[in-house]
Write a protein that binds this ligand. Structure first.
Ligand SMILES: O=P(O)(O)O[C@H]1O[C@H](CO)[C@@H](O)[C@H]1O
Ligand SMILES: O=c1cc[nH]c(=O)[nH]1
Length: 366
């Protein structure tokens, strides 16, 4: 009887040991699988130890923690590499609503999924900008004008730096005032010019004027244009120079502002002069956007839809339905670009690693 009990006890022991071994083996296989998935996601590369951004403030390592005040984040409470390390595309536009709509659109286009009961969360707690993350795409609102976008870019660049992001591409998806082009036309900026027609962003630093070149990446502009084939999209796209004004009214020679000290005749002459210089549209952020991204070694582009032809008037009278249709046009181009870049990379990885397509495509949760 005692021997029988001992045997039962021993069996119990064996069983417990087997269960422990099994659990350990499952745990270790899980770890191996996790490593494999990470390995494939990283394209078989080691995690980078610094971002590809250049020319940033050499004192950044001294700020421990660093507070990104307008984004409502800091390096002590946010693990930047973990949360933002995979960001490859930063898409920006004036309004929070547009950027939220773009975030949902890109989620659909990339076949990424949220669990059914959740919505995309605005990750910027600073109440100034809205920021959504959809896989490798950040969608951020920048407000109006160069001062606003400049503040945002300083904080986004620090985010990219702390997150060790690799070659992020920045694209502004905006609206603009066209000069001699049909409303609804998409403009890819070839250059961002200030109001004196110089490709330059001027800031006053310690009382002195400092100028930064605001030329944009020509290759990226061409890549975007190549995706606007009229056989594939149902809108016109043009490439041309953009004037970045510091104001919507007098700064863009409108006749309908609260003040106006010039004539309709001088306005027409001014716009014709711009047109003669290859300018096709007005916006209010492109010089700061182009110059700051260039300074940080970031490729960038400005893609805006025209909501008015300034040769025919100043007031924007397009109906909400047209504005909503037009808003989607730059988004269509940018979504095509993002999908193309990601698909090219998958195909490249497949060639190198012989990874089956189902491992890198398909639906996955954000
Ligand atoms: O439509 P978004 O991208 O906000 O940009 C344009 O619209 C605003 C003016 O209405 C300016 O900020 C101009 O740049
Ligand atoms: O006319 C316009 C329209 C949109 N954005 C501008 O800056 N100007």
């Amino acid at each position: 009887m005692a021997a029988k009990c001992k045997t039962a006890g021993a069996m119990q022991c064996d069983l417990t040991r087997d269960v422990c071994q099994l659990k350990e083996s499952v745990r270790s296989q899980g770890k191996q699988l996790g490593r494999l998935v990470r390995h494939m996601k990283m394209g078989c590369k080691k995690p980078p130890n610094q971002s590809t951004l250049k020319g940033l403030n050499p004192c950044l390592p001294c700020f421990k923690p660093d507070f990104l005040y307008h984004l409502g984040m800091d390096t002590a409470t946010t693990n930047f590499p973990k949360v933002f390390g995979d960001v490859r595309f930063v898409c920006m536009g004036g309004t929070p609503g547009r950027m939220e709509r773009f975030a949902y659109r890109i989620m659909k286009d990339l076949r990424l999924k949220l669990s059914p009961v959740t919505t995309l969360r605005n990750m910027a707690d600073g109440h100034r900008f809205a920021l959504y993350k959809v896989g490798p795409v950040l969608c951020v609102s920048h407000g109006m004008g160069c001062p606003s976008i400049s503040i945002l870019l300083h904080e986004l660049f620090k985010m990219m730096h702390y997150a060790k992001c690799q070659n992020p591409v920045f694209i502004r998806i905006g609206t603009c005032g066209g000069i001699g082009i049909e409303p609804g036309t998409v403009v890819i900026s070839s250059e961002a010019l200030d109001c004196k027609l110089n490709p330059c962003y001027e800031v006053i630093v310690q009382g002195k004027i400092v100028q930064h070149c605001s030329k944009l990446d020509q290759c990226l502009a061409q890549e975007l244009q190549s995706l606007a084939n009229p056989c594939e999209v149902d809108f016109e796209t043009v490439v041309g120079k953009t004037i970045c004004a510091d104001d919507f009214y007098e700064g863009q020679s409108r006749l309908d502002g609260a003040f106006c000290d010039y004539t309709s005749h001088s306005k027409t002459a001014y716009l014709l002069g711009l047109k003669g210089n290859g300018v096709v549209n007005f916006d209010m952020e492109s010089t700061a956007f182009a110059a700051l991204t260039k300074r940080a070694n970031i490729r960038s582009a400005v893609v805006c839809v025209s909501v008015i032809d300034r040769m025919n008037g100043d007031q924007i009278r397009a109906c909400p339905k047209s504005l909503s249709v037009w808003e989607k046009r730059p988004q269509e181009l940018v979504s095509r670009y993002i999908r193309k870049v990601l698909l090219d990379e998958v195909n490249e990885a497949k060639k190198v690693n012989d990874v089956p397509a189902r491992c890198v495509g398909g639906e996955s949760e954000i």
